[in-house]
Design a protein around this ligand. Sequence first.
Ligand SMILES: O=C(O)CCC(=O)C(=O)O
Length: 280
Amino acid sequence: MGPLSADQLSLFASQGYLVVESFASSAEIDGMRKRMDQLLHDFDGSSAMNQDVFVQQKEMNEFMYESAEKISFFFEEKAFDEEGNLKQPKEVSMSKVGHALHELDPVFKDYSRSEKITSVLQSLGYKRPVIIQSVYIFKQSGFGNDVAPHQDNSTLYTEPKTTCTGLWLALEDATTANGCMWAIPGSHRNGLVRRLIRGEQGLQFDQPSPSYEQSDFVAIEAKAGSLVLIHGDLVHRSFENQSPNSRHAFSAHVVDTVGCKWSPDNWIRRKVDPEPLYSS
Ligand SMILES: O=C(O)CCC(=O)C(=O)O
């Protein structure tokens, strides 16, 4: 997998997303999936197996803030019964694992810093890119949660110019049945609508969400191994997975560190600066 072609770059510029098929090999996908199986197996869920802890995870921003530099496990809300116990094994109760797999885990780090990733970023004009967060998303069969329409630059903001791109890798086929992503093509050209600000009171958007028409969204179906590039201003979303098949994905977000700086109002406040993927 080399640099993006002129046609791919022009498609990305016009629609704000691009599906690059066969980006990751079956061996890479197997490697990441098996590694996640192992991480889940080793995860001592006993301290986080009841809803009280889950509620704390949700309500205590600290848990989320600290996850920026850790490998943290987040449960699906619907994985708990009325007594607050998991309805099924932890492996099929997880919503996501984040936000520093790309830094701390050897398998995810190898992929995230691979030549195929750096060559895509060079094609997009990144000068000194860093991966600022990564998430393994499970989108569990039957209840994997929905993701409301959003723009990634809202939460991963650099100034004076925004520079975020999402690198979303399908680890299983993503279809309209199991909760693939949807986007409004070209919406990135309307600019950023709002920001999520971390303040004294926690996290708050500075503007209400606009209402979007579902008829403006198109489905982005992606075969396992496809990389979906997402412009930071593209409005995208996904629906709950009500199908019998999970929809695993590994999503990394990159920002530049030349000509702009990481906003101190973002939810991520790093103690240690992330290591650039390259410098040009
Ligand atoms: O995987 C999903 O359903 C949504 C992911 C997403 O919004 C992102 O990676 O920016």
